[in-house]
Design a binder for this molecule. Structure first.
Ligand code: MG
Length: 374
């Protein structure tokens, strides 16, 4: 990668558990670059453009969707990985794939589908992201899914219950043995929270749901607000917000790199397996930034995600997905051929096929299906 020498504890394809279905190497791309490319060419990835992050896609053209969110996560994660001499292609692959299992309508969709699946093992978007790349993508003649490298799959599965972990084989093992994933997976995980904390400030402000004075209650925001205000006293609000956000991202990303570098020096790992055997993740913020970052997350949860305007979308989405679930359960033939074929079997098999079908929908396809069927 651009002549960069990776740290000995980075992920190296030659030391990897590799792919579930072995494949010969290619001459000009690393195995993790191939994974990233497979993800970019997947159907699930294209659908992310029409999936809600917080604001429903048709509410405005400037809000983040799952696709732009995933690209922002990849950008942040690559910066951190590059600075720490870790595998940039791997963090990019994990970041771009991490939300592939998300339902339409953001967290409202996930919670609803989970409730519908209560008697059939539940629904968890993180596990679903792994299922998309392992099973549901149907693109290659020789195997189901995208046949990704172990480390990419390890990174996609950020969390998992012990019960689910037992059915996942190699990639589930760390949740039973309480081990860590590699540093690239740890970075993609934290980059996800940095991306949404910052873009939700921007989207929430644009939507008029968060005011400058609301935001100034947050140390992370207010520190940068004061710096920008002093330097540019006449800056209009729109540019003021951008100046603050880019500085906030820089502040937390720099803190993450410096703190993680220190943690690595103290732990002095020799290999990715040393990283996996540690008690704690090494990728971390300083205590101060961790507290500010967590406070901002809580603030956004209370003031933005619970805002009545966002919640009214939540209620609509909930009813829509419940209706669709019931309808496909009683008439599985209304799903596409692939899924209706899978739905023949006991109730639990049918419910899982229905959940996979609904989870794959974009917001607008779910709305169209709801209009067609209900
Ligand atoms: Mg995400």
């Amino acid at each position: 990668m651009n002549g960069q020498v990776l740290a000995p504890y980075a992920a190296f394809p030659e030391n990897s558990a590799g792919r579930q279905y072995p494949e010969p190497a290619t001459p000009y791309r690393s195995e993790y670059q191939r994974d990233r490319d497979r993800i970019i060419h997947s159907t699930g990835f294209r659908r992310l453009v029409y999936k809600t992050q917080v604001f429903v896609n048709h509410e405005g053209d400037l809000y983040r969707t799952r696709l732009t969110h995933s690209i922002e996560v990849a950008q942040i994660a690559r910066t951190v990985a590059g600075a720490l001499n870790l595998n940039e292609s791997l963090v990019e692959a994990i970041s771009l794939a991490h939300d592939l299992g998300h339902t339409p309508f953001g967290h409202a969709g996930q919670d609803t589908l989970n409730a519908c699946m209560r008697d059939f093992g539940g629904f968890e978007h993180n596990l679903q992201s792994l299922k998309v790349v392992d099973e549901l993508e149907a693109k290659y003649a020789d195997y189901p899914g995208l046949n990704l490298m172990f480390e990419t799959r390890e990174g996609i599965l950020k969390h998992c219950s012990a019960r689910n972990a037992r059915s996942l084989g190699d990639v589930g093992l760390r949740f039973i043995e309480r081990k860590q994933p590699g540093l690239e997976a740890q970075i993609a995980n934290v980059a996800d929270s940095i991306a949404y904390n910052n873009h939700d400030v921007d989207d929430g402000f644009r939507a008029g749901l968060l005011s400058l004075s609301d935001l100034r209650s947050q140390t992370l925001f207010n520190d940068q607000y004061e710096i920008v205000r002093e330097r540019y006293p006449d800056l209009e609000d729109r540019r003021l917000i951008y100046e603050i956000i880019r500085r906030m991202i820089n502040r937390v990303v720099t803190d993450l790199i410096v703190t993680t570098q220190k943690n690595i020096e103290v732990a002095s790992p020799d290999s990715i397996d040393d990283i996996r055997n540690m008690q704690q993740p090494l990728v971390a913020f300083s205590d101060e930034i961790f507290a500010e970052h967590t406070a901002l997350k809580r603030f956004l949860n209370a003031s933005l995600y619970q805002h009545e305007q966002v919640q009214s979308m939540t209620g609509k989405a909930q009813r829509m997905l419940e209706d669709l679930f019931d309808r496909y359960m009683s008439e599985p033939g209304e799903m596409s051929d692939e899924f209706s074929a899978r739905a023949s079997g006991d109730e639990s098999t049918k419910a899982r096929a229905v959940a996979d079908y609904i989870a794959g929908m974009t917001d607008r396809f779910a709305i169209a299906e709801h209009e067609r069927l209900v």
